[in-house]
Ligand binder design. Sequence first.
Ligand code: HEM
Length: 436
Amino acid sequence: MAREATIPLGRLPKDYRTNMGPAMARCYGDYGPIFQIPGLADHYLFVIGPEANRMVLHTHREAFSTAIGWGEILGLGEHLGHGLLSMDGLTHADHRRMMNPAFAVGHLSEYLRVMQRLVTEAVADWAARGTVDVYEEARQLTFAIAAETLAGLDPGAEIEQFAALYAQLLDLRTVVPVQGRDAAWRRRRDLLWDRLRGLLLPKIEARRARPASDALGLLVAARDRDGKALSDEQLIGHMNTLLVAGHETSTSLIAWFLYLLSQHPDYLARIRGEQEAILGDREGATAEDLQRMKLLGYALSETERLYPPIPNGARGVLTEVPFRGHVLPAGAKLFYSIVGSHYLKDVWTEPERFDPDRFAPPREEDVKNPYALVGFGGGPRTCIGINFAKLEIKALATHLFRRYDLTPLPGQDIRQQYDVSAAPVHGIKLRLTARA
Ligand code: HEM
């Protein structure tokens, strides 16, 4: 404990939840790249910046437990069952290996067709309505994409039933903080789990009887290092994590991405120029086409930087780690600040400005500062869905930008507030007008 005292004591600014990036960058200026926050029961450590991220995600990653961070401190294990985020060490490596084929770049192009079909249907509906809350609409779209491609659910009533159950499961997280969970909370969770299980078990059985190429099918066919198949409970834990992690985050990124581009028509015009150059009159962009759309990619990275859906990554410190003249004590609870790292003045030019060209050569501010852009984490535990998420967002953008102009509805109170993930508090309403 004597050593822990050397870590500066910090205080989270008043605008921490509503203006987290700039607020955390101010903390970095005031206290440095590591500081502790006295909590109700425990001290929490925050670390910020590329050097700290590299330590947590790469060089000293074995000293940091994601299972404690996400599984226990943020309560994911008890909430969703056991998925990759509540595993460490060999178990994690083994399960990640089993899951990788479903997210390999080559396999993703199989999902692209489903993504494009669902995008086309959704956007036709948005256009028919003229003005839509893109945050709400993106939620339905990303869930439908994740449910069909990952769990092989049937479009329509089945996916709607699932979406409603997951929405209730997510509400359970916000209604009761981790420390307040009691027997009544667990009863409500068990009820939802039973109903989800009732829907997922037949899907699992069907894949045991006949192989399928969705993520669930690949997981059912996978074998662990002892040659054993995953149990029903393990499969359901993974599916819950994938379906929740796979749509909440993308929903938020899509909403802010569309909003930022509606605010920056000059950059949007450049993206359209790039689309025309690559696609001409061709419909149905391929994964390679989307990969070649560099300007689109830079705008997406800039949205990830300014509005990272997950603001901080949680870890439990397993063994002492030296860092910048301090020692991180074993047993501490730690957050590496994703959003704080994205707003540091010594890394990013004018960090609060929307400036996608910062990612283009010769500037390449992210390449020059490894582990500065960590919206999807980094190192061996980088988000497994990073390419999936980017593909679905690019598929949506390509379809939407070619056909419609986007204008924010005037007079909106557009505000972001972080809980575990980012959200526009009152949604984001955009008007779609068909382009000539
Ligand atoms: C915009 C979309 C997304 C963002 C911003 C995002 C962000 C992240 C971040 C920051 C982490 C690392 C957390 C840490 O280091 O503490 C992570 C991990 C993870 N994400 Fe994503 N994610 C997104 C989409 C997805 C999708 C589409 C899926 C699945 C379909 C997914 C599944 C996962 C899983 C399973 C992990 C744990 C990986 C491991 O520990 O090995 N995510 N994500």
